[in-house]
Ligand binder design. Structure first.
Ligand code: ATP
Ligand code: MG
Length: 227
């Protein structure tokens, strides 16, 4: 569905991403891993054209990104950014309704992700961090887009809810790019894991192959599983 070919992104003289060649296959979950600052969020921003590549190319369904109208592109992508991007003066219901093209009602969409309908008329500052995350996820699902990009979407959820939300993601029939720091979560959700280190891909493949990577950072992540 998405192909990145030798993508680089620089800020001034700093190289943020370099030599990124990656396929995001349709109807699969691709999970991005890597330490803080490794370039995961930047990669997502390049895919929805919030940022422009410095070199290399990205295609969406074989079409170069540059040839797709940015609004059309963003309508095809349900994006939950790391800072959620909720509008402070809109209630939860307004945030979700604004993008709603789903067969399910706003209430049932909210209920499906454990968001009680009594919370829908609150503003973001009246919701807990985990509740805000769920509003952002409901908003991303509301337009029923073929591609979902979720940047650490569950970081503020308690472990039980987190597990339930993972189950919800597993039940979706969509192409998903998911960022997490949690290797266990990555292993559970990912058809494909992509590990970034200093803006470069040091591993890309199915979860069971991660063990055989000899990258020291990948190894360090793997050790956290057994601690
Ligand atoms: P985290 O896990 O902490 O969210 P990340 O992998 O998502 O990290 P990015 O947000 O993609 O990392 O940032 C990659 C690098 O780009 C970092 O070194 C960051 O400091 C740098 N960076 C991000 N935004 C800017 C900016 N506006 N100006 C300069 N450097 C930036
Ligand atoms: Mg990030």
């Amino acid at each position: 569905m998405i192909l990145l070919n030798q993508v680089a992104f620089n800020r001034g003289t700093a190289s943020i991403l370099a030599g990124i060649t990656l396929e995001v296959p349709p109807n699969q979950r691709t999970v991005l891993l890597g330490r803080s600052g490794s370039g995961k969020s930047t990669l997502l921003r390049l895919i929805n054209r919030l940022l422009q590549t410095s070199s290399g190319s990205i295609t969406f369904n074989q079409k170069p990104l540059a040839e797709i109208d940015p609004l059309t592109l963003r309508r095809s992508i349900g994006f939950v950014s790391q800072n959620l991007g909720l509008f402070p003066h809109w209630t939860a219901r307004q945030q979700i309704t604004r993008f709603h093209h789903h067969k399910d009602s706003v209430e049932s969409l909210a209920a499906s992700i454990g968001l009680d309908s009594t919370l829908l008329d609150r503003y973001p500052h009246q919701l807990s961090g985990g509740q805000q995350q769920r509003v952002a996820i409901a908003r991303a699902l509301a337009s029923n887009p073929p591609l979902l990009m979720l940047d650490e979407p569950f970081s503020a959820l308690d472990p039980i809810l987190r597990r339930e939300m993972q189950d919800l993601i597993l039940a979706l029939d969509k192409t998903i790019i998911f960022v997490t720091h949690d290797l266990r979560e990555a292993m559970r959700l990912g058809h494909k894991l992509v590990f970034l280190r200093d803006g470069k891909i040091v591993f890309s493949g199915p979860p069971h192959e991660l063990q055989s990577s000899n990258d020291t950072e990948v190894q360090a992540y793997l050790r956290t599983l057994n601690q």
